[in-house]
Design a protein around this ligand. Structure first.
Ligand SMILES: O=C(O)c1cccc(C(=O)CC[C@H]2O[C@@H](n3cnc4c(=O)[nH]cnc43)[C@H](O)[C@@H]2O)c1
Length: 268
């Protein structure tokens, strides 16, 4: 609490379904609930930081729509997407790990011909622009001061019961339905895990110039449809453990750039 006593600005946290957001809502001081066209948003404070925590609905259209609606109204200093993801077999992840996205790919966009799939970059169509430069299907997050700050306060490695990893995610409209598709996607995208919302939110945030992070607990192997083999609750609990550490470390809402060295020193 002390670290954030004089902080201004708010953080917008987005999750597709209630179970991805409620662990955070339970920690909010004086939560106030509102309804949006996309779902519910709770507003309150956490560790002295104003937070809007919203359920968006599944898929990138719902997530992007909710992001626009809330960005317009809440004007947050930064956005954080939370939830679960399916790890690709072969990726350096275990079920229960937490993956913070170093980049998010828009996995559905491109051209699909009989000869194969061509990416947005290959066909020269930009999805957005950043500092005047075209951004195709890969949104890189690792250059942002926020990403560097979270890496400093929660370094990659073993925590008590799981591992925290920083690496690439891909967002897809159709989830991998079997291991063959999951393996194909692992080699096509060079991503470690897939989700269904991330790129939609990241793309919207790029248009608004608002920094964004994505933190997901690995609940399953992509391609595994049998929910009995998923560890959703555990993955979400671990994801929220990581987010909680960021709040406790005093999210640097004004200037993450100036706080990186300090955060790094804290880990020494
Ligand atoms: O019914 C299925 O076969 C099936 C397979 C994968 C995912 C689902 C979902 O309903 C996912 C909902 C939710 O969770 C995220 N998520 C978690 N694991 C995965 C995955 O392996 N592939 C894609 N998304 C995943 C996703 O972001 C959704 O919000 C159903």
């Amino acid at each position: 609490m002390e670290a954030n006593k004089h902080r201004t600005g708010s953080v917008l946290v987005l999750g597709a379904v209630a179970s991805e957001i409620l662990p955070l809502v339970r920690r909010l001081v004086h939560p106030h609930r509102e309804t949006t066209p996309f779902g519910t948003v709770w507003k309150g404070t956490l560790e002295g930081v104003r937070v809007a925590a919203a359920v968006t609905g599944i898929g990138k259209v719902n997530a992007a729509g909710a992001a626009v609606w809330l960005l317009e109204r809440c004007r947050p200093r930064m956005v954080c997407v939370v939830g679960s993801a399916g790890a690709y077999p072969g990726a350096p992840l275990r079920i229960g790990d937490v993956l913070v996205a170093s980049e998010v790919q828009a996995g559905d966009e491109g051209v699909w011909t009989s000869e194969g799939i061509r990416s947005m970059r290959a066909i020269g169509l930009a999805l957005a622009h950043q500092e005047g430069l075209p951004v195709f299907g890969r949104f890189s997050l690792h250059q942002s001061p926020w990403y560097r700050w979270v890496r400093a306060v929660t370094p990659e490695g073993d925590l008590d019961t799981f591992r925290l990893r920083y690496g690439p995610l891909v967002t897809v409209g159709m989830v991998s339905g079997d291991e063959r598709i999951a393996l194909q996607r692992f080699s096509r995208y060079d991503a470690w895990a897939e989700d269904m919302e991330g790129s939609g939110v990241v793309q919207v945030c790029l248009h608004y110039g608002v920094p964004v992070l994505q933190c997901r607990g690995i609940s399953n192997w992509a391609g595994t449809r049998d929910k009995a083999r998923w560890r959703l609750e555990e993955a979400l609990a671990h994801c929220h453990e990581v987010i909680q550490k960021w709040f406790q470390a005093g999210l640097p809402l004004e200037s993450p750039e100036n706080s990186i060295a300090v955060a790094g020193d804290d880990q020494a």
